[in-house]
Design a protein around this ligand. Sequence first.
Ligand code: Q46
Ligand code: ZN
Ligand code: ZN
Length: 320
Amino acid sequence: MKCRVCRGPAIIDVRRHNANFCADHFLRLCRDQTAKAIKEFDMIRPGERVLVAVSGGKDSLACWDILLDLGYDVDGLYIGLGIGDYSDASGDAARRFAVARGRTLHEVDLPRDYGYDIPGGARAARRVPCSVCGLSKRHLFDQAALDGGFDVVATGHNLDDEAAVLFGNTLRWQTEYLGRQLPVLPARPGFPRKVKPLVRLGEREMAAYCVVRGIDYIVDECPMAEGNRHLGYKEALNAIEATSPGSKHDFYFGFLARASAHFRPEAEAEQETLRACPQCGAPTTSDGVCAFCSLVDRAGGAVPVHLRPRGAADPATVPG
Ligand code: Q46
Ligand code: ZN
Ligand code: ZN
């Protein structure tokens, strides 16, 4: 097996590209594909401050690493979810990486700062843990980015993640979600820009990237993921990809190029109904407090307190 670029010994085959790569050229491929996604979708502009959401897993740490190597100014944000040993180990992996690269890791801890953990929050809200977790993370990423003056929040979603989410949304024709499934969500009052720089790279490549770079990521899956529908969608897509390499790429990028615009008006209509949460100021479609404040009221002890109203210091939203 020889590297497509230098003909030296290859360490990985990337069937989607119908090619093998040595360690150096594989790392270059990962950086090039990330840079291409950033440029293609206008994700990050020169001089902007980026906050990457890190879980301690391979994707988010690889995302942080690649963005730093591409020359971006990137801090990390870790959210402690209170999921036993998994949270302890994932927090340690995130902290080790931050120290190794000499970058700042901002931390929020749900039990300490908001008085609930994901299993307890799920019980109190009578929702599945991943739903409570997703809602908490989205709210806290937005808040941390706006409070910290970051221009962009980056997440480590890769091609496998995006194809699986698209598959699930398409199976059920969840058109309001389809309209929002983009690699870039522009900033709006109360929301920072959100980007997914790894959409051109697969899960297997991200694991290989971390091994080659010596990044010590947490390998164990979150114990709450069991029974998660997306794992089933990923397996189904892996079976298709095995016999037809490139299918995930074509499915996802074909959707972006040819179908996604059809669903956008529905997603945009929902945005117009947003109002400020009376408790924390975050945008919400609810008539009362936002879903996060309602969760904290039910499950936790503390009430979130903000230093300033959300979006107030965003120059783009202040007239004159
Ligand atoms: S961390 Fe949270 Fe995931 Fe665990 S509870 Fe579900 S959503 S599976 S990315
Ligand atoms: Zn090579
Ligand atoms: Zn709120």
